[in-house]
Design a protein around this ligand. Structure first.
Ligand SMILES: Nc1ncnc2c1ncn2[C@@H]1O[C@H](COP(=O)(O)OP(=O)(O)O)[C@@H](O)[C@H]1O
Ligand SMILES: N[C@@H](CCC(=O)OP(=O)(O)O)C(=O)O
Length: 269
């Protein structure tokens, strides 16, 4: 059994993927969202500062419109995000209020963070919310983000977004919840003998070769984008844990240092 980790994290970013928030049949996973709101409120009540990066706008939008496959067309995806983002926030608002926890919505595009002045404004907002004990809930502003030759405003995916947000707010730890127990030496959905890494201290070509594609029809990035996010965290000398979000109460165990999921960290912790 691996030994307990010494994390000592005060400012924590938690990223939840669509596969944690939406059932494979397209319905909202209220149990997971309830648990998530309960756990994150518990962390704030325990004196931690918590930022939630939540995907799910397009997934919730698809459910509300009754679509079973993600449309190819960008305007259609953007319209679904417009529908789903407000639906998602109203679920969060309702569930967090059960525990008396206040939340704020922050929708970002990449260009905002490239301009020092707007980046500073975003940071000021984060800092005020965190000092007030509010949980900022962040997503990409999907309805305006585009990726064209002369105009790059997309983060690409929320794994990158969560690592960038972690660096802006100078978070100690990024907890990334997905539909898988952590990072394996090969895709466990394809190979029954895949082995879980408890700890990764550097990300090189060999590490990246173990990453396969996305696992669910709603997810976007697969393991590659999670490893890129981890690389960003390691470059900033910060930690990331990739763990299974099926039961978000796992976050309590992770913060206590239980050796669950995969810890990405530069040196021994
Ligand atoms: N080496 C690997 N270790 C773990 N999962 C992997 C690996 N390679 C590919 N995957 C796939 O990545 C999926 C997680 O990514 P994704 O579907 O984008 O989830 P999310 O919606 O949580 O962002 C897993 O379910 C798995 O199928
Ligand atoms: N901004 C998009 C999420 C994009 C994304 O990266 O999704 P995921 O792979 O589920 O984290 C949305 O809210 O649907």
């Amino acid at each position: 059994m691996a030994k307990k980790r010494q994390l000592d994290a005060k400012r924590i970013v938690v990223k939840v993927g669509t596969s944690t928030l939406i059932h494979p049949n397209g319905k909202v996973n209220f149990h997971a969202i309830d648990q998530l709101c309960y756990v994150l409120t518990g962390l704030v009540n325990d004196g931690k500062q918590v930022v939630l990066v939540s995907s799910g706008a397009i997934g919730v939008g698809m459910g509300q419109v009754g679509l079973h496959e993600r449309p190819e067309s960008i305007p259609a995806q953007q319209a679904l995000a417009a529908i789903g983002q407000s639906g998602l926030m109203s679920v969060y608002q309702q569930r967090f209020s059960l525990y008396g926890q206040r939340i704020g919505q922050i929708l970002l595009t990449h260009d905002v963070l490239e301009y020092p002045l707007s980046r500073q404004n975003a940071l000021n907002t984060f800092n005020s919310l965190l000092e007030w004990g509010v949980i900022p809930i962040v997503n990409e502003n999907d309805t305006v983000a585009v990726d064209e030759m002369d105009h790059h405003t997309k983060f690409g995916d929320n794994d990158q977004l969560s690592a960038i947000v972690s660096s802006i707010v100078d978070a100690d730890l990024l907890v990334m919840l997905s539909d898988i127990d952590g990072f394996f030496d090969k895709n466990p959905h394809k190979y029954a003998d895949a082995k879980l890494f408890e700890r990764i201290t550097k990300i090189d070509e060999t590490t990246l070769e173990a990453a396969g594609g996305k696992g669910s029809k709603f997810g976007t990035g697969g393991m590659m984008t999670k490893l890129k996010a981890a690389k960003r965290m390691l470059e900033n000398d910060k930690m990331m844990i990739l763990a299974n979000g099926q039961d978000p109460a796992i976050i309590f165990e992770l913060i206590k240092g239980e050796p669950l999921g995969t810890l990405f960290v530069k040196e021994e912790k």
